[in-house]
Ligand binder design. Sequence first.
Ligand code: PGA
Length: 250
Amino acid sequence: MRRKLVVGNWKMYGNLARNKALLEGVLSGVRELRNADYGVCVPYPYLAQAQSMLQGSNIAWGAQNVSQNEQGAFTGAVAAGMLVDFDCRYVIIGHSERRALFHESNDIAATKFDTAIKAGLTPIFCVGETLAERESGVTEQVVARQLEVILNHVGAQAVAKSVIAYEPVWAIGTGKTATPEQAQAVHAFIRQRVSQLDAVVAQDLRILYGGSMKPGNAAELLAQPDIDGGLIGGASLVAEEFVAICRAAQ
Ligand code: PGA
């Protein structure tokens, strides 16, 4: 039985005062919840704040990106070892905003994935098709290509230490959610691809849905057999909404 996982992706939002209020609200709302796992991926400057407010709680924390390099002259980049220094558990890799806005290729995402695993972090590896790709019927090919880079390069044991997030690009921040059936179909496809590598790893792998998951649609999405949690953008910035999704994952 896979335990559900709900992770907030704050993106580039927040400040010290707002984060404090948000984390206090989330902490008090999920404190009693014991049957699922929770996390928040915050902007780098707030890792220390997340660490000091969340340590000892049932909410883990992490980052939204990491460098593929261990150290060196890479101005503006942040290494996996630095995330480990702040006790991060998670790091989001290959988010569609990184791919589209920062030109991250499948290969770069795969290298980052590998770097994160080697540092002991849990990568949340994002895959998903654009609207044009869905409309032209190539969703599975696109997702397969995005997955293949990690399946082929890092192997089953590394995949076992990761989380996959299916995030249809057309559903991110748009208020348009994939229907539970649409999401389930892609989640089942992802699990089937991973099972070609290793059936046991595929069975235990957590596959999150991301893309306008809200309190109003979370329960229905999370009830699908292959949807093991959510990666939450907008709704993770409002304590009551994030807590409501966390409750739905119970
Ligand atoms: P959204 O973002 O929930 O605001 O659609 C999800 C994500 O980008 O991870």
